[in-house]
Design a protein around this ligand. Structure first.
Ligand code: ADP
Ligand code: MG
Length: 259
């Protein structure tokens, strides 16, 4: 069973507009892989389709993970398989505290068919310990756990919460979209340190970003470039630097055969 995320000729549309026009991409398990690309190229659409967001209609292709075509799975089943998606714009859920939300997410993962959820639930003391340790690593104040989910959270707080979630859920593959949007330099550092600490043989990361800036902190081994709904170029870290230096136009011209 492979830990690679393998995307084959993926097509998706919103309404009757085709956004993903045949995406082919392999993210090797246990590696850090970046997708870069200009605004509007379909990066967030790809992240949403991987997560099973209902607003996108998949019209063709497959996404394989751990021996399953995840397009046939519900979002929560994808999550149980070990996929984690950090949403670009996390929703607020009034009345649910951060701690309750995290505990519910962990227990959903631990649940087993035919077993009483009380049997598989994480013991409260163990949960509190993990929560405390995670928050300490992310330099979060303990009061954060008692706040309502995403209510009035700053961009940095939302991102810290995502990393806290990753720390506690221990996914085998995390997909992070535009992790640098709205982050000041301190928050960016903390998020990047969190990702770097978690990434390794047990957790691959697909980091999706418009900016090279984030990649100064999170070093990808592989870089893929998306343009107009397709992966148009693949390389190593040097490709990200080249794009930072020269922008996207040279690549667009090269692809059009006018360079
Ligand atoms: N909810 C939506 N309704 C209509 N069009 C959308 C929607 N979301 C994205 N699009 C369009 O899909 C294209 C790709 O968007 P997106 O996936 O957000 O790109 P990126 O993340 O690379 O900036 C853009 O042309 C955008 O306008
Ligand atoms: Mg986007």
């Amino acid at each position: 069973m492979s830990n690679d995320l393998v995307i084959k000729d993926l097509r998706a549309q919103i309404g009757d507009k085709e956004i993903l026009k045949g995406v082919n991409l392999t993210v090797q398990g246990g590696t850090i892989h970046a997708i870069m690309g200009p605004n509007g190229s379909g990066k967030s659409t790809l992240a949403s389709v991987i997560a099973g967001h209902p607003g996108y209609e998949v019209t063709g292709g497959e996404i394989w993970y751990k021996g399953q075509n995840i397009l046939e799975l519900e979002p929560d089943e994808r999550s149980k398989l070990g996929l984690f998606l950090a949403f670009q714009y996390p929703v607020s859920v009034p009345g649910v505290t951060v701690a309750n939300f995290l505990r519910a997410a962990i227990n959903a993962h631990r649940a087993e068919e035919g077993k009483d959820p009380k049997e598989t639930a994480i013991p409260v003391a163990e949960f509190r310990k993990q929560l405390r340790e995670g928050m300490k690593l992310l330099e979060m104040d303990e009061s954060f756990a008692r706040r309502y989910l995403n209510e009035g959270f700053s961009g940095g707080e939302k991102k810290r919460l995502e990393i806290l979630q990753m720390t506690m859920l221990k996914p085998s593959m995390a997909v992070m979209d535009e992790t640098d949007s709205g982050l000041d330099i301190d928050a960016l550092r903390i998020v990047a340190e969190g990702v770097n600490r978690l990434a390794g043989p047990n957790m691959g990361v697909l980091v999706i970003t418009h900016y090279q800036r984030l990649l100064n902190y999170i070093k990808p081994q592989f870089v893929s470039v998306m343009m107009d709904g397709r992966i148009v170029r693949e390389g190593g870290p040097e490709l990200a630097l080249e794009l930072e230096e020269k922008g996207y136009d040279w690549l667009r011209e090269e692809l059009a055969g006018t360079a």
